[in-house]
Design a protein around this ligand. Structure first.
Ligand SMILES: Cc1cc2nc3c(=O)[nH]c(=O)nc-3n(C[C@H](O)[C@H](O)[C@H](O)COP(=O)(O)OP(=O)(O)OC[C@H]3O[C@@H](n4cnc5c(N)ncnc54)[C@H](O)[C@@H]3O)c2cc1C
Length: 385
């Protein structure tokens, strides 16, 4: 009989952590996953190095209708707890950028460690869950191969991004069936298509300061053949994108003062050569439209106009599109947190139904926040299911 005390639908980052914490309470646990291998997104995460947490994880790094929902989950599992988890599993880490922790070896080692923790669970892989419903006091879970019953089910089915790895909307459908609201999903942490730079500049990468709404951040940006990518753009797309994106392509300096000073002390130098000391040459040429004048030949007002242009390239909200769900690392949107307890991750509408990970309307910034959320929410759901 396929009867388990806790059944977890989805064997990704959140589902495996949920299974591990339910097992540590001596529960009889099953994990059902549609794929051949578990934790497939973890295995390709962080460019194969798995950026598994971020030392600055708090609710301000998360997006959704109610990002504060994350706070008690994040208090329960903090970055130091995930570092300790790595250490207990014989894994080291590298802090590539401040607060951004990657596995020192490879993402597959993190997957192996996750799998070691769930050895006592029954794993049903290559098994797509097609329906979840309630019969009397228990949940019935129908798959393409079996029927399962349980008193506690954890929905850890992830988002719909990166569909080539195998995704489904079962989590959203199930939540809806039990009365939960779904916040419409869209791609996030992804490239954008825009014609702001010409395609002949594709391949150029440089640091920019992005302003979107009230937020400002500095990171590298890549010009692609269809638009823009790179961490700076990824970070813009996870925010509310119904607004213009402003780029400062020479951040951290007062461009006008810098140019005016060079005009005074090195007037015979061409503007092109000057810009090329701080920006890629191809980009510099395009910015000044191949003009070959010396800096002394520019009036101050012209330098002012050039400075304004470099410090505020505006990508109007109607002039860009999120590139695609297929290539996005995550989705914004998902199961609304309104009807879910932030203390247990149990549905307030249907006792015994729990949610963890990306299926919820919680999305983290770039930098390890999404896996942190998946792990932390999985642990909490597994402790309560
Ligand atoms: C290329 C890429 C790189 C990334 N790098 C990072 C990174 O370095 N750091 C970071 O923090 N985040 C990263 N992310 C995001 C992170 O991987 C996800 O947010 C996280 O894996 C979500 O975990 P989850 O458990 O909620 O869902 P998932 O890991 O997506 O797991 C969901 C599981 O549910 C299963 N499933 C779905 N529907 C069904 C069904 N009907 N029946 C049975 N099984 C089902 C799926 O097969 C899947 O195994 C990256 C994402 C991508 C795509």
């Amino acid at each position: 009989m396929n009867v388990y005390e806790v059944i977890i639908i989805g064997g990704g980052a959140s589902g495996l952590m949920a299974a591990s914490s339910a097992l540590s309470r001596n529960k009889k646990v099953a994990i059902i996953d549609m794929g051949e291998n578990l934790a497939r997104k973890v295995s390709i995460s962080g460019g194969g190095k798995c950026n598994f947490t971020n030392g600055t994880a708090d609710y301000k790094k998360y997006f959704g209708k109610n990002a504060k929902f994350t706070q008690s989950v994040l208090n329960h599992t903090q970055p130091k707890d995930l570092l300790a988890w790595m250490k207990n599993h014989g894994l080291n880490w590298v802090e590539k950028k401040p607060g951004q922790y990657f596995c020192a070896t490879c993402a597959n080692d993190v997957v192996k460690a996750l799998l070691r923790d769930v050895k006592k669970a029954r794993i049903f892989n290559n098994e797509l869950v097609t329906d979840v419903y309630k019969r009397n006091n228990e949940f019935v879970i129908e798959t393409t191969k079996n029927t399962f019953t349980t008193k506690s089910v954890i929905i850890a089915t992830g988002g719909l991004s990166y569909a080539s790895l195998g995704v489904s909307d079962l989590g959203y459908k199930t939540a809806k069936k039990f009365g939960h609201k779904i916040i419409p999903i869209r791609p996030a942490l992804c490239a954008i298509s825009t014609k702001i730079f010409p395609t002949e500049l594709s391949g150029i990468s440089f640091d920019v300061e992005i302003s979107i709404g009230k937020e400002k951040f500095l990171d590298s940006m890549l010009i692609t053949h269809f638009g823009l990518g790179g961490p700076a753009i990824y970070r813009a797309t996870v925010r509310d994108i119904e607004q213009d994106i402003h780029l400062n392509i020479l951040p951290n300096i007062n461009i006008f003062e810098w140019l005016k000073n060079l005009k005074a002390i090195d007037g015979k130098k061409s503007l092109l050569k000057i810009l090329a000391t701080k920006l890629p040459i191809r980009l510099s040429k395009w910015l000044i439209q191949n003009e070959s004048k010396n800096i002394a030949d520019y009036k101050d007002i012209e330098l002012k106009n050039i400075s304004n242009r470099l410090s505020n390239i505006i990508i109007k909200k109607d002039n860009f599109k999120l590139y695609s769900l297929q290539t996005a690392e995550v989705v914004r949107g998902g199961v609304s947190t309104d009807e879910i307890s932030s203390k247990t991750l149990e549905s307030k509408l249907c006792p015994g139904l729990f949610f963890a990970g990306e299926v919820l309307d919680i999305t983290g910034d770039l930098g390890g926040f999404n896996l942190h959320w998946a792990f932390a929410s999985g642990i909490l759901a597994g402790e309560n299911a």
